[in-house]
Each structure stands twice: as structure tokens, then as C-alpha cells.
Ligand binder design. Structure first.
Ligand SMILES: Cc1ncc(COP(=O)(O)O)c(C=O)c1O
Length: 340
């Protein structure tokens, strides 16, 4: 018998991701920092989980019928998850994305067979926002469901029933803190609720990028954004249904420069090629670890999410010209301007 995982159905490849001890971040924090390897999902991101739970929920409720279409508005990763799950279950997918997201995500969606609709980025209040556009397309398409990842709590159930118990088991019940950034809030709220069910003393922290309104909301009750971020998939300006009742004990705000430094170090020192939300999460986890230590918790263990693969951002985060144009530090191994 082998101890290697064996699955008889491809959809069972979603979830049950490895948890890895991160050496550099642990040294920087002075305690154990663990990363949940969500890039190991078939669609290479944490959003495969939400896609699977949302589609299974729509089937159970009788809303999604054989041969139907799943429509979603997304920064890209949820769309990739939906396209793969839809393919595996015989559904079609229509994905609406703001046109400022990485080219790699758009190319991937087309390659997977999704119908891709791009719209200009705009405020949530604008009826042409990608979320509202996707809802309208779902309403106008026969035998279609709108995944509605922001306000459909099947999204956070994926983390209450999947990610949280996995982290608990992988750390054998000895975990003191969890943190991640918020896109829909499914991961933070779901893992937070799932871990608190097991031990209410586990400290749950929001790690917010600049340009998002949640740091201030949890700090002083006001939904107010400051600054901006180039991180894709995270940064929320409202309390989504998935965030309602999220057990957030504390909050950190992390700059793109700090997140990028961890993206660079995780690649160069530990061989992990990740996206910027993972770097921001790791910086937040270090802040949480230091806070737990300062509060006298002995040998605290903090877990966070390594949300997606860096291969999705070769034309942005890993491109010197792009980084320079955004006034961000350029990874030193990417070469000089003349080399392009
Ligand atoms: C790269 C990336 N990181 C983090 C997140 C945030 O996850 P959640 O929507 O569960 O808050 C997303 C969501 O789309 C994402 O694409």
C-alpha cells in the first residue's frame, strides 16, 4: 500500500492541500508560520473550493440542471475554478472579468473553454460593474445560475467544512492564529468560523491590502479605504454576506512592497512561486505571530493561505517593466531595463 494520495474522481482533487512550514517567515516572526498550499488545487488557486461548493449547492437546490450554464463575475481565479468544475460536471461557463486583470488569467479561461466577457473596471455602484454584469447575463441566459461568490455563503461553507478542519488536523489541534486577506471573505470567515468551532481561543486576523476598506471597519467601524494595491483577487469595500459574522479578533494592513518582498523571498529562499495575495498573507501571518508572542503565547503557531501560483502573473509581478511602471521594487534577478 502507498501513502500517496489516490483519488477515483477528479473533483476530489480539490482541497486536502498540503500545509507547509515556511522557514524564512518563521524566523522573521520568531514562531512557526505555516502556509496552506492552495496553488496545489487543479485550478491552481484557493478558489477551486468555492467553485465546487457553489456548483454542488446549486445542484442540491435544483437550480442547476443538466447541460446548464454557470455564470460568474470574478477577478479570474473563481472563474478558472468554475470552468474546470463545470467541465467535469457537463455544464457550460460564462465568466465576466474586469479587463485590468492579468492576461494569463484571461488566456487560461479561454483555454479552459469558458466564454470570457471583459468589462472596464468601475465602482460597485455602477450597473456595469463585473458583478452586476454577470448577474444580468445569468438572468438573460436559459438554464443558467449566477454563482454570486460574494454573497452566496456556499462559498464560505467550503472553508468551514474543508479548509478549517484540514488545518486543524494538519496541525494536530495545536494552532493559535489564522490570518488572510479578503476578496469575497469566504476564506477568512469560513476558516475563522471553522477553527473557532474547535477552539474559540484561536486568534483570527484580517490582513488587508491598501485600497481596501475592511482594516478600518474592524479597527473603528468605518468602511473607509486608504491608498491602493495592485494585488489581484483581494481588497473589499463592503461587508459581503460571506463576511457577515466573521470572527475577526484583530487586523493588520500590509503594503504591496512588503507583500512583494515576501513573494521574492519565498521564491528565492524556499522555491515557491506565488501571487501577491500570498505574500501579503505571509506578511500578515508574521505580524500575527509577533503579536501572539508579545501577548505571552508560548511557541505560537500561525497558519495562512498561499492563495495561487505566481505563474498566473508572469506578465505583471514577475515582469520588470510592469513593476517599474507601477513604482514597485523590481526583483533583482529580473535584470536591468535595457534587458527588458
Ligand atoms: C489570488 C487570490 N487571493 C485571495 C483571494 C481571496 O479569497 P476570498 O474570496 O475567499 O476572500 C482571491 C479571491 O478571488 C484570489 O483570487
Amino acid at each position: 500500500m502507498t501513502n500517496l494520495p489516490v483519488q477515483t474522481k477528479t473533483l476530489d482533487l480539490i482541497g486536502n492541500t498540503p500545509l507547509v512550514l515556511l522557514d524564512g517567515p518563521s524566523k522573521a516572526a520568531g514562531c512557526e508560520i505555516w502556509g496552506k498550499c492552495e496553488f496545489a488545487n487543479p485550478g491552481a488557486s484557493v478558489k477551486d473550493r468555492a467553485a465546487l461548493w457553489i456548483i454542488r449547492d446549486a445542484e442540491k437546490r435544483g437550480e442547476l440542471k443538466p447541460g446548464g450554464t454557470v455564470v460568474e463575475g470574478t477577478a479570474g481565479n473563481t472563474g478558472i475554478g468554475i470552468a474546470l468544475v463545470a467541465n467535469a460536471l457537463g455544464y457550460k461557463s460564462v465568466i465576466v472579468m474586469p479587463d485590468n486583470q492579468s492576461k494569463e488569467k484571461m488566456d487560461t479561461l479561454r483555454a479552459l473553454g469558458a466564454q470570457l466577457v471583459t468589462v472596464p473596471p468601475t465602482k460597485f455602484a455602477d450597473p456595469n460593474h463585473f458583478v452586476h454584469t454577470s448577474r444580468r447575463i445569468a438572468e438573460e441566459t436559459e438554464n443558467a445560475v449566477w454563482a454570486n461568490q460574494f454573497d452566496n455563503v456556499a462559498n464560505r461553507r467550503a472553508h468551514i467544512e474543508g479548509t478549517a478542519p484540514e488545518i486543524w488536523e494538519q496541525l494536530e489541534g495545536r494552532v493559535h492564529g489564522f490570518t488572510c486577506a479578503v476578496g469575497t471573505g469566504g476564506t477568512l470567515a469560513g476558516v475563522g468560523l471553522g477553527l473557532k468551532e474547535r477552539d474559540e481561543n484561536i486568534r483570527i486576523a484580517l490582513t488587508d491590502p491598501h485600497g481596501a476598506a475592511l482594516y478600518n471597519y474592524y479597527e473603528n467601524g468605518e468602511l473607509q479605504a486608504e491608498g491602493s494595491s495592485v494585488a489581484e483577487g483581494i481588497g473589499q469595500g463592503r461587508i459581503t454576506a460571506n463576511l457577515e459574522g466573521a470572527p475577526v479578533d484583530t487586523q493588520f494592513r500590509i503594503s504591496d512592497a512588503e507583500g512583494l518582498e515576501w513573494v521574492a523571498r519565498l521564491l528565492r529562499e524556499e522555491g515557491l512561486c506565488l501571487g501577491l495575495s500570498s505574500g501579503i498573507n505571509v506578511a500578515g501571518a508574521i505580524a500575527l505571530g509577533r503579536q501572539l508572542l508579545a501577548d505571552g503565547v508560548e511557541n505560537p503557531r500561525v497558519a495562512t493561505i498561499l492563495c495561487d501560483t505566481g505563474f498566473r502573473y508572469l506578465s505583471t509581478l514577475y515582469n520588470a517593466e510592469w513593476l517599474r511602471a507601477k513604482d514597485l521594487p523590481v526583483f533583482d534577478w529580473l535584470g536591468s531595463a535595457s534587458e527588458g
